[in-house]
Design a protein around this ligand. Structure first.
Ligand SMILES: *[C@@H]1O[C@H](CO)[C@@H](O)[C@H](O)[C@H]1NC(C)=O
Ligand SMILES: *[C@@H]1O[C@H](CO)[C@@H](O)[C@H](O)[C@H]1NC(C)=O
Length: 222
């Protein structure tokens, strides 16, 4: 499944080139913003972390290549990994694996604002002239849809390309579509789309995990 690399590459290349281009050798600053609220649940939390690791795996990570950071939010946002925290893929992967699930409220707007205001600042490693990509993973039920959509709009007007990915069984697709750049078919994913996205080059079958949480989890990323 190459859908994930295509979806990222849509941002990094001219649309006409996107489908023929490989994921390596691109330059981008990619921030994940993960919903760590109570409604997500710990098993979907693990799916999010695996997704992040799979995306990291397809990129060349480095200060002159792709940089990846991770913010999480529940009632308030926090930086877990800055864009310039790790330039080694192994260290980055290990840091992602260690991010704890929090629980609590769903202040998605604060998560998005924190990404826009802080995580994409130069002191956090954001580079000028490099595509800024924000990947918001949430169950799409924020405490305030109005504020969430407003924060997403502000973020997009700063030139950040926003993807939204719905996680869990009760996503609010209107909110997720509102967060994402248009067209939704390129920037908004949920349900079985998400399962396809998650594949990438590694053989981690998250669709199986979603269907059977009790199955012995043998997968390793690296
Ligand atoms: C982000 O910046 C905006 C505009 O300056 C401000 O209104 C908002 O409170 C800030 N939010 C966060 C979480 O930093
Ligand atoms: C887990 O890995 C072990 C050793 O590689 C293997 O024998 C076992 O079948 C695997 N379990 C599952 C559920 O894949």
């Amino acid at each position: 499944m190459k859908i994930l690399s295509v979806f990222v590459l849509l941002l990094l290349t001219k649309p006409s080139d996107a489908k023929n281009t490989k994921g390596c050798g691109t330059k981008a600053d990619v921030m994940f913003v993960l919903d760590s609220s109570g409604s997500v649940g710990s098993s979907n939390w693990q799916i999010m972390l695996k997704f992040v690791q799979n995306v990291i795996n397809i990129f060349t990570i480095g200060k002159d290549d792709v940089q990846v950071g991770v913010d999480i939010y529940s009632g308030s946002p926090s930086s877990q990994i800055k864009l310039n925290s790790y330039h080694s893929k192994t260290q980055l992967m290990n840091a992602v694996k260690g991010i704890s699930y929090v629980g609590g409220g769903t202040a998605t707007h604060l998560g998005i604002q924190h990404m826009t205001n802080t995580s994409f600042s130069s002191s956090y490693g954001s580079r000028s002239g490099v595509p800024k990509i924000g990947i918001i993973m949430t169950d799409g039920k924020s405490n305030s849809k109005v504020e969430t959509l407003s924060a997403a709009k502000d973020s997009k007007s700063e030139g950040i390309l926003l993807f939204s990915i719905g996680i869990g069984s009760s996503t609010d697709s209107a909110e997720l579509r509102g967060i994402a750049n248009d067209p939704d078919s390129d920037f908004y994913f949920t349900g079985s789309d998400t399962c396809q996205l998650i594949y990438s080059k590694e053989d981690i079958d998250l669709e199986d995990q979603m269907n059977d949480d009790d199955e012995d989890k043998n997968d390793t990323i690296d």
